[in-house]
Design a protein around this ligand. Structure first.
Ligand code: C5P
Length: 303
């Protein structure tokens, strides 16, 4: 079974002050983008769950959310038949989403593992029943059960699907360094940031989803930007340089380090990405579709 796991960007991210449990309340508009990890699931004899990856720097033990997702779903499997031969699974990860970039790659892999193994093992859980398993794995995992476009609240785990934005594409800019999410939230606290009222406000999604990129971009914010730029001042400078060079607003995704801007059409995003690659040779710059279709083996094939 071959499964695609898309990355996300936070189009908009408001963050409240630190809560008693150490997390921060959020209000975020998250969308998937056309940048994917690929997961291959193969049934094996026995009950073992194994993970391998095409990149040596990615953990393949319990440090990887894919294994934790598989184990948490295995606990919900119905009583297994005595001596049933193919209850194990070998999972292969082809890693393409940059790590420490605020693109949710690990969370997406975990959510797609829940969906894929729920089918492969005939566990028969509904999305609503997978939701608590996803939330226990990480704040962003529940979004990826409800992609491609959602209003995310709580610490990220309360997910309400909303229509995709009108802009069809983004240019994604990934610097050669990643940022640690706990480090960015730590800086956020030290800077005394966090507006409790901002995360309680309903956002005018019905209007925002209708706006073209030029009118939507000025409305978007990411409250983690000052904290991320305090941790990595080069990132703040890079964002300013990119805004100058592109002549449009550039935002950070999640806790960084990736940056993006939006375009109404894919062709415009490709042209801008080509221009920026010529100027910023050391950066990974890519034009990506917003809210892409996922045509993989989790989709039932008819006929
Ligand atoms: O839930 P997840 O494992 O993605 O969170 C990683 C870290 O990010 C947490 O340990 C916490 O420091 C921070 N975080 C937070 N508030 C959130 C989400 C994450 O403080 N809503």
């Amino acid at each position: 079974m071959r499964v695609f796991a898309p990355a996300k960007i936070n189009l908009h991210l408001r963050v409240g002050p630190r809560r008693e449990d150490g997390f921060h309340s959020l209000a975020s508009w998250m969308v998937t983008i056309g940048l994917f990890d690929t997961l291959i699931f193969e049934r094996t004899r026995g009950e073992g769950i194994t993970l391998s990856c095409d990149r040596g720097d990615i953990p393949t033990d319990e440090g990887n959310l894919i294994l934790r997702a598989a184990q948490s779903l295995a606990a919900h499997r119905p009583e297994r038949r005595e001596g049933s031969a193919l209850d194990g699974v070998a999972i292969r990860l082809l890693k393409r989403i940059p790590v420490g970039a605020g693109l949710g790659g690990g969370s997406s892999d975990a959510a797609r593992t829940l969906v894929a193994l729920n089918q492969l093992w005939h566990t028969g859980l509904e999305i609503e029943q997978l939701q608590p398993l996803a939330a226990a794995l990480g704040s962003d995992v529940a979004f990826f059960l409800n992609q491609p476009s959602a209003d995310c609240r709580g610490r990220g785990e309360h997910v309400t699907p909303i229509p995709p934005p009108r802009p069809k594409a983004a240019v994604l800019i990934c610097p050669p360094y990643g940022l640690s999410t706990p480090a960015v939230y730590g800086a956020f606290d030290r800077l005394g940031l966090g507006d409790a009222t901002a995360v309680d406000q309903p956002f005018p999604w019905p209007q925002w989803t209708e706006l073209p990129s030029e009118r939507l971009l000025p409305l978007l914010t990411n409250d983690l930007e000052p904290a991320a730029f305090a941790v990595q001042p080069d990132l703040g400078k890079l964002r300013a340089q990119l805004e100058d060079a592109m002549g449009r607003i550039v935002r950070m995704s999640g806790s960084g380090s990736s940056l993006f801007t939006l375009f109404d059409m894919m062709s415009d995003a490709h042209a801008a990405a080509d221009r920026m690659r010529a100027t910023f040779a050391d950066l990974h710059i890519e034009a990506v579709e917003l809210c892409p279709m996922l045509n993989d083996d989790t989709i039932p094939k008819h006929g």
